[in-house]
Design a protein around this ligand. Structure first.
Ligand code: ADP
Ligand code: MG
Length: 560
């Protein structure tokens, strides 16, 4: 064990010596002038005896012991050594934790470890030690030196710390990097996916599209966004009205203000919805079929049009155990064309504006649009001045679709609905009155609408000024049938007598009114096959408008 200790000590000495390179005289043969271990006091270092003078230096007697003997005071008296250059005492701690102590004499070959009287802690590969050397007889008595932590420990600890950091970085660095990369990639993939999803939805399934993304937009941001939503569906030409889920709460959001009209199916109120005026048509509960039909027709894809009443939505609620059927549309303060004509006389421009816009709306209604997002052809079946509304700019919009019928050439389907009601008798075409109409033929229904359009033109013509004169407002056949005429009354006049509204003489001297009278005759012709289609009427009116320099149509270009 003692041999091992010294081996360790020498090993440590060589290690420090060569590592520091601070030893000026390296030979133990006695040619060095000074030695520096870097751990000793400089002053004391100067007193260190050099090898040459070893022989002349005083010699000492020292205690000598190993292990447990060292604490035995009796043995200490007998275990001695002499002729020492210095005495030493040391403590070693082996790797297994066992601490051993020893004392002894320093001979010249071991002096490097006792170059000073201070302790020389060290850490050989296989343990730790601490040594104290002294000069003087038996000076190595007393307590053994403690094992001090050598600064190498700190260095090692620091290195271990550094190594730990490096190791952690080596492990966690790539993990963190890969995780961040994955997050970024997933984020962009999801965005891309959402974009594609929206694109496909809007292409393939407009219903779903509106019920999800736009619904969220609409409900979260209040009225302006709902308006935007409606605007969006106008410009995109998609199905009209709000998403169904929004519609389900409409009744709760509306405050009814005043009753503006009474029709066959119920009442029409002006209401306030998100701070804006709306028209609320409240159906009698017995007229659920009309409500259903109108809701269905307004929800038709691509129905939205400048000359069709703007639809907001429908709601069915229960109040005081009564079913309430609501239909919300844009509100037009001028009311129906019937109301308007009763109040106002028209100049040529107003007349053309009204006639063209009604014809334009009817063209849109009657026309089937083909394609994946197509629109069926629609016959109104209750066209009259009370079912046409006048917008603030003098342009008209067709309303009241409770009796409308749809037809698609693509599917060959004619949807008559289940409403048992029939149109307004006063405006019924002769083939409807004499019941010769083929209800399964959509074209026949379209032609019955044209008949009614002829009567509307007559109502408008009467109120149009020429030479400062206009007739009073009158309903068609006012002169030959009573108020609220019966089916029979109408049939007798229209079918039996082949009677049509009178055209005042003054019209013939007014170019526009004269042409309009010609047009209306072609519309209400007894023979449905002779009646003009809506598109032809529209084109004739447009041509007529272009011949009068005073006529300026707001939407002329759009109509061409
Ligand atoms: P009905 O199916 O009962 O005939 P209508 O839809 O024709 O109901 O409306 C009846 C009346 O209410 C119209 O003639 C018109 O005077 C008025 N009205 C309807 N809708 C509106 C509206 N959006 N803006 C202003 N007045 C309207
Ligand atoms: Mg009506």
């Amino acid at each position: 064990m003692k041999r091992k200790f010294w081996f360790i000590v020498i090993y440590k000495y060589l290690l420090i010596t060569y590592a520091n390179g601070e030893i000026e005289g390296r030979s133990l043969d006695g040619h060095e002038e000074s030695l520096d271990f870097g751990i000793n006091n400089i002053n004391e270092r100067r007193e260190i005896p050099i090898q040459n003078s070893v022989q002349q230096n005083p010699r000492y007697r020292c205690y000598s012991c190993e292990y447990s003997d060292c604490y035995d005071t009796e043995l200490r008296k007998t275990h001695l050594c002499q002729n020492a250059l210095q005495c030493w005492k040391s403590t070693t701690r082996e790797v297994n934790g066992i601490v051993r102590v020893s004392r002894g004499c320093t001979t010249h070959d071991k002096i490097p470890f006792c170059l000073s009287n201070t302790s020389a802690p060290g850490k050989p590969e296989n343990g730790r030690y601490s040594i104290e050397c002294c000069t003087g007889d038996y000076c190595n008595d007393g307590d053994f030196p403690e094992i001090l932590d050598f600064h190498e420990d700190d260095v090692t600890r620091g290195q271990i710390g550094n190594d730990k950091i490096k190791l952690s970085m080596a492990i966690f660095g790539p993990v963190v990097f890969i995780s961040l990369l994955a997050i970024v990639v997933i984020y962009f993939m999801r965005k891309n996916h959402q974009k594609r999803l929206l694109a496909t939805r809007s292409k393939q399934d407009p219903e779903t599209y509106y019920a999800s993304d736009d619904l969220l937009r609409a409900t979260s941001a209040g009225d302006s966004t709902l308006r935007e939503y409606l605007q969006h569906s106008v410009t995109s030409g998609s199905g009209s009205g709000l998403p169904l889920l929004v519609q389900r709460t409409l009744a709760k959001q509306v405050t009814l203000v005043d009753c503006i009209g009474r029709g066959r199916y119920g009442e029409v109120w002006r209401g306030i919805w998100h701070g804006e005026n709306v028209a609320v048509k409240i159906f009698f509960s017995r007229d659920e079929e009309s409500w259903k039909r109108e809701t269905e027709i307004y929800s038709t894809a691509l129905l939205r049009h400048e000359n069709i009443l703007g639809y907001i939505g429908s709601d069915m609620t229960s109040r005081n155990s009564c079913t309430q059927l609501w239909l919300l549309t844009n509100y037009y303060p001028f009311g129906s064309l019937f109301d308007y004509l009763n109040r106002m006389s028209l100049n040529h421009n107003d007349m053309m504006q009204i006639c063209l816009s009604v014809a334009n709306g009817l063209v849109h209604l009657h026309t089937e649009i083909f394609g994946t997002e197509g629109k069926p052809a629609i016959a109104h079946r209750d066209l009259k001045s009370k079912n046409i509304l006048v917008k603030p700019n003098g342009v008209c919009a067709i309303a009241d679709f409770g009796l409308a019928v749809t037809h698609s050439q693509v599917t060959g389907k004619l949807d008559l609905g289940t409403n048992p009601k029939v149109g307004t008798k006063r405006y019924m075409a002769p083939e409807v009155l004499d019941e010769t109409i083929n209800m399964k033929c959509f074209e026949a229904l379209r032609r019955a609408d044209i008949y009614a359009l002829g009567l509307i033109f007559w109502e408008v013509g009467r109120r149009t000024l020429s030479g400062g004169i206009a007739e009073d407002y009158k309903v068609p056949y006012y002169d030959v049938v009573p108020n609220d005429p019966s089916f029979e009354d109408m049939r007798k006049v229209v079918c039996g007598d082949n009677y049509r509204p009178c055209i005042p003489n003054r019209w013939s001297s007014d170019m526009l009114l004269a042409t309009l009278s010609k047009l209306m005759r072609e519309c209400w012709h007894q023979n449905p096959n002779v009646r003009l289609p809506a598109l032809r009427i529209k084109k004739t009116l447009l041509k007529l408008a272009s011949t009068d320099s005073k006529v300026r149509l707001d939407y002329e270009e759009e109509c061409v």
